[in-house]
Ligand binder design. Structure first.
Ligand SMILES: *Cc1c(COP(=O)(O)O)cnc(C)c1O
Length: 360
């Protein structure tokens, strides 16, 4: 029996994908061995990596000017690599601070060079999104960094700010592939796979060739984005199995109807849960102000922590797992990424309504 999995990441994967991986686990595509046992220089693995990149581009509708790179180290590694590659002496990196992950990215940039907050909602404890309508960017701005969905707090930018020609870099780890967006506004965006597009172990970065041409020369080869681009992500051994799983998830995404279908189902799932919260007369209190709410991570609190724990326990009894809020926020969080079916959200909504009837 499988649980209804609301884990924040690593997160639910489609059952179809797990079953397909299971079928191919011992012998991949008639190759007589598992893909994990193959050389990353073999035609089968090269083809798999190339097709994964092509499918990623196709699903997002990315123009050819973007290179899709597969890397290790998670999204957190990108926090450090971005300033190492793109923040030069005499330049300033601008960070839009909207949640704990954006703050982490900002502190990595400050460890590398000169970085400032272009906008911040830290003083509001991340409960709102900062105003990005008129960002003050100096003439020496290297780039602007933003987090499109704040996984821990449960907020999401609905509008991508204008940066007046300064390259915009987006951490899309927790909402990549979940909604249509004007990706061409970004000079680069990246995502750890383990939320919407695969398992942990691989990070996807899409980088425009103009930005790629600007990588710092004075850093180790393995840390340069241009190395990954010049070698089709095969400069060294990539996380082959994670990449393969990501390919299966992208194929699944395409079969579901692509990004448009994902967006529609995300809206439906989120509306269902926020609907229960809003109709509860304060029994459930949304943590994030209504206009900023995320369609990926639904966060709420209850009267006291004891009651929150009871709901989490009642959920677990029904096989509904992963609801504890992040330790920095408390309360509850339902992460409803692409692979979480509507049925799981219905089960959670039913439980919440029933729990309020009994305990409210
Ligand atoms: C999960 C997450 C991260 C951290 O990802 P790792 O792959 O664990 O380093 C960074 N940014 C966002 C927005 C996330 O959701």
């Amino acid at each position: 029996m499988r649980n209804y999995n609301f884990n924040p990441g690593p997160a639910a994967l489609p059952l179809e994908v797990l079953e397909e991986a299971q079928r191919q686990f011992i012998a991949y595509g008639g190759g007589g061995m598992s893909i994990m046992e193959m050389s990353h220089r073999s035609p089968a693995v090269e083809r798999m990596v190339e097709e994964t990149g092509q499918l990623f581009k196709k699903l997002l509708g990315l123009p050819d000017a973007y290179r899709v790179l597969f890397m290790g180290g998670g999204a957190s590694m990108q926090f450090g690599l971005i300033p190492m590659n793109f923040l030069k002496e005499g330049q300033t990196a601008h960070y839009i601070l909207s949640g704990s992950f954006s703050d982490k990215a900002y502190s990595e940039a400050r460890a590398v060079g000169n970085a400032v907050a272009a906008a911040s909602s830290k003083d509001s404890k991340w409960r709102v999104l900062p105003d990005t309508a008129s960002l003050l960017l100096g003439s020496n701005a290297a780039y602007v960094h933003m987090t499109t969905n704040n996984t821990i707090e449960g907020s999401q930018f609905k509008h991508i700010p204008d940066t007046n020609g300064v390259p915009l870099i987006g951490d899309m780890t927790s909402d990549i592939m979940s909604r249509k967006m004007d990706f061409s506004k970004f000079a680069m965006f990246y995502a750890g796979a383990q939320k919407n597009i695969g398992p942990a172990g691989v990070t996807v970065a899409a980088v425009h060739e103009n930005l790629l041409a600007d990588c710092s020369e004075r850093i180790p080869t393995i840390m340069k984005y241009s190395t990954y681009a010049d070698n089709d992500s095969l400069y060294n051994t990539p996380p082959v199995h994670s990449l393969y799983m990501t390919k299966l998830v992208l194929e699944w995404t395409e079969r579901q109807g692509g990004i448009a279908a994902m967006e529609q189902s995300s809206e439906e799932k989120a509306a269902l849960l926020y609907g229960v919260i809003d109709a509860s007369d304060g029994f459930y209190q949304g943590i994030i102000g209504q206009p900023y709410r995320s369609n990926m991570n639904v966060t709420w609190r209850m009267r006291d922590e004891a009651l929150e724990k009871q709901l989490i326990a009642a959920a677990e009894e029904r096989g509904i797992v992963g609801l504890a809020g992040h330790r920095s926020v408390g309360g509850l969080r339902a992460s409803i990424y692409n692979a979480v079916p509507l049925e799981a959200c219905e089960a959670l909504a039913d439980l919440m309504i029933e729990f309020q009837r009994v305990r409210g």
